[in-house]
Design a protein around this ligand. Structure first.
Ligand SMILES: NC(=O)c1ccc[n+]([C@@H]2O[C@H](COP(=O)([O-])OP(=O)(O)OC[C@H]3O[C@@H](n4cnc5c(N)ncnc54)[C@H](O)[C@@H]3O)[C@@H](O)[C@H]2O)c1
Length: 393
């Protein structure tokens, strides 16, 4: 409200009162676009209702869906209504992640063989934040006290019931773009294993004591869940979910091909015959500057100060570019389904001791002919081998 009044804009109409108030908004208003940033269990009901109400563009926070049925709901309703659905995976727009996309597409790493990624983030305070104990301030520093911006306890509840990779898209979104998933490639199957669960229980005892309401709860979520995915074109991806233990933040990217690799923990790149010294890492920074994506070349200054290091600004600019110019969204319903499905599939695999579980083909075969689409940068055209593969069909 304050942002709008400060900008001299008129106050928005607010629909509130109960958890179904959004239905009234969708019934009564003609909306250009809807952005959904609610707890996970509301993403699909809201996205489906928005598309069905005729909203041309709907965007949903991550992960988009919790179950395989919900993944199909997103795809089916998108196909039935023809209304656009975007998954708001902001890490796909991170500056280094986009520069690496340019490097991948121009063939700097050669043919991709293996990737790693994950969500390695100490979420213990967030999972049990009741607004009076711990919180992250707007500068992302961990503070104690009372905070109006505190995240509710809904994330913690998922850790009680579920055991799998509950938040895969920050890692897998960028990697899916590198591997052309749904556009010439697809996720075929996965196997996941979870460690024992100790971190959350210890955190509650250490900070809340034995009388804390969760002190006697058995958490299902293993402290570290490791998922290995096999792709149709032969690559493997390891995805790590690590949110219950003390640790600095990382998304743990590694992108490895026949010519070299990027290793994000340490920000290092090695390219055979191009790195300064054979078998020694280059600092990634100079490479990243050289391959800077056009979105950042053009909008990097405007993005400064925007959420999550500016990537939210770059992402929303891309979304609104689609809305204003009547274009397809850059990360669509099939991406939302394939990436989010990792949660439910890893839960199944963990429950079966790591057995292989198949991915549904949410594109129903369209992945074979679909072409790479996300954030193409004419400054860094695709290498001839990649182009050849994409033009055979
Ligand atoms: N992309 C990112 O970097 C990033 C970062 C943080 C959160 N998220 C995602 O954003 C979403 C929200 O997370 P958060 O941390 O802001 O949670 P939060 O609990 O702080 O905020 C959720 C908001 O949704 C509202 N809400 C809940 N049910 C509703 C309903 N039925 N109708 C209308 N409003 C309702 C709540 O009142 C609250 O204001 C989640 O999906 C989360 O995964 C993404």
């Amino acid at each position: 409200m304050k942002l709008l009044s400060d900008a001299g804009r008129k106050a928005p109409k607010v629909f509130t009162g109960d958890e179904h108030a959004f239905e009234k908004m969708l019934r009564n208003e003609k909306l250009d676009a809807v952005i959904i940033a609610t707890p996970w269990e509301w993403h699909v009901p809201m996205a489906v209702a928005s598309m069905k109400s005729g909203t041309a563009y709907t965007a949903v926070e991550v992960s988009a869906a919790n179950t395989i049925e919900e993944c199909w709901d997103l795809v089916n309703v998108y196909e039935e209504t023809g209304k656009q659905l975007m998954i708001l995976e902001n890490v796909c727009y991170r500056r280094d992640v986009m520069a690496i996309l340019n490097m991948v597409r121009t063939g700097l790493f050669g043919e991709l063989i293996h990737c790693r990624c994950g969500y390695e983030h100490d979420l213990r305070p967030v999972k049990f934040n009741d607004g009076t104990t711990y919180y992250y301030d707007k500068g992302d520093a961990l503070k104690m006290g009372k905070d109006a911006y505190a995240e509710a306890q809904w994330r913690g509840l998922h850790a009680i019931r579920r055991n799998g990779d509950l938040y895969p898209t920050h890692g897998i979104g960028p990697v899916a773009n590198y591997l052309d998933i749904n556009r010439g490639n697809r996720f075929l199957s996965l196997s996941a294993m979870a460690t024992k669960s100790r971190g959350l229980h210890k955190f509650i005892l250490d900070n809340g004591g034995p009388d804390h309401p969760y002190a006697n709860i058995d958490f299902n979520l293993g402290d570290i869940v490791t998922t290995m995915i096999k792709c149709a074109n032969g690559e493997t991806v390891i995805v790590t979910h690590d949110t219950n233990l003390p640790r600095p933040y990382s998304l743990g990217f590694r992108v490895e091909g026949t010519n070299g690799l990027w290793y994000n923990d340490g920000d290092m790149i090695y390219i055979e015959n191009k790195s300064k010294v054979p078998d020694e890492w280059d600092d990634a920074e100079a490479w990243i500057q050289q391959y800077d994506h056009k979105f950042w070349r053009e909008k990097g200054q405007e993005a400064e100060g925007g959420g999550h290091g500016g990537m939210d600004y770059i992402m929303l600019t891309d979304f609104f570019d689609a809305v204003k110019n009547n274009k397809p969204v850059p990360l669509n319903a099939y991406d939302a389904a394939a990436w989010s499905a990792i949660s439910a599939l890893s839960e199944m695999s963990v429950a079966r001791g790591g057995s292989l579980v198949d991915f549904p083909d949410f594109t129903r075969g369209k992945w074979i002919k679909n072409k790479p689409f996300f954030a193409l940068d004419e400054g860094f055209p695709m290498d001839s081998e990649r182009m050849l593969i994409h033009t055979i069909f």
